[in-house]
Design a protein around this ligand. Structure first.
Ligand SMILES: Nc1ncnc2c1ncn2[C@@H]1O[C@H](COP(=O)(O)OP(=O)(O)OP(=O)(O)O)[C@@H](O)[C@H]1O
Ligand SMILES: [Mg+2]
Length: 255
């Protein structure tokens, strides 16, 4: 299964939500940092060996492998490295120039992610119809647009999601399941308002799921605490676990 997280207009939360989802994903999973603006996790997270993630394996080496004709179902997981929090990650590019340089390989990376033996959660960063990552988004089972629960972020989502959804579905069926990152106390109201707003655009997307603002849990995850232990009871990881379970359940029905 390939799940892509993205923002429509730089509203924060994509990388953290993707990381928190990978940390509680019930099946083996690789987090693919595909944000063309550059990956963040190598700088933010402690590696399983302590200290920063070593270089040598990344989206670039994944692209080189697929260009070299390596197409097996392990090609994505072969380029992953483990973070101390237990998440396996394929480090992203370090610049937009590198992302541009991948050219048509983005489509081949998308195919590799789709054919991966383990589930892949991709962080696409900001996504619009002209993004390098559109092949990955179109190859996904589910695209998760992430917005902050602020008026401006929600309005940008309302304005841009219909066009994005059209672009996503040019190649086939892609579920679109938005996430709203906001204070837990207002989650139900915020998601309800958001759904009502999107409903009026006629765009066919799943009801929004809430992800709470939980700075402490994000910090603990980045510092290397595993999502399977006590941290798993945090607001953040409880929310992403619910989301993960729902996606797998819906995916099992869809396929
Ligand atoms: N659920 C959350 N609770 C608390 N803090 C969060 C949450 N999600 C994101 N943040 C914080 O907001 C900031 C931006 O988050 P993040 O990096 O996930 O956003 P992004 O959309 O990936 O941003 P970028 O455009 O830089 O890729 C980070 O400092 C992160 O710790
Ligand atoms: Mg990010």
């Amino acid at each position: 299964m390939l799940i892509s997280f993205a923002s429509v207009k730089g509203s924060p939360g994509v990388t953290s939500t993707a990381l928190a989802t990978a940390a509680v994903w019930p099946r083996p999973v690789v987090l693919l940092e595909a944000d063309p603006a550059g990956g963040d996790l190598a700088y933010r997270c402690v590696s399983a060996g302590g200290g920063p993630l070593p270089g040598g394996k990344s989206l670039l080496t994944l692209a080189a492998a697929v260009r070299g004709g390596i197409t097996g179902s392990q090609v994505v997981s072969d380029q992953a490295q483990m973070l101390a929090c237990g998440v396996h990650v394929v480090q992203g590019v370090t610049s937009t120039t590198q992302a541009r340089g991948l050219g048509s390989l983005w489509s081949e990376v998308a195919e590799a992610a789709r054919g991966s033996e383990v589930d892949v959660i991709a962080d696409l960063g900001r996504l619009d119809r002209g993004s390098f990552t559109m092949p990955l988004a179109q190859a996904s089972d589910v695209v998760v647009p992430v917005a902050a629960a602020s008026l401006e972020s929600v309005m940008h989502m309302r304005d841009q999601l219909p066009e994005l959804v059209l672009a996503l579905r040019q190649q086939g069926i892609v579920s679109v399941a938005p996430v709203l990152v906001g204070p837990d106390a207002h989650a139900a109201r915020d998601c309800g308002d958001f759904d009502a707003l999107l409903d009026r655009t006629g765009v066919d997307v799943a009801p929004a799921r809430p992800v709470p603002v939980d700075h402490r849990a994000v910090q603990r995850l980045e510092a290397g605490e595993k999502g399977t232990g006590r941290l798993g009871r945090s607001l953040l990881l409880r929310a992403t676990r619910l989301m993960a379970e729902a996606m797998l359940e819906e995916g099992a029905v869809a396929r």
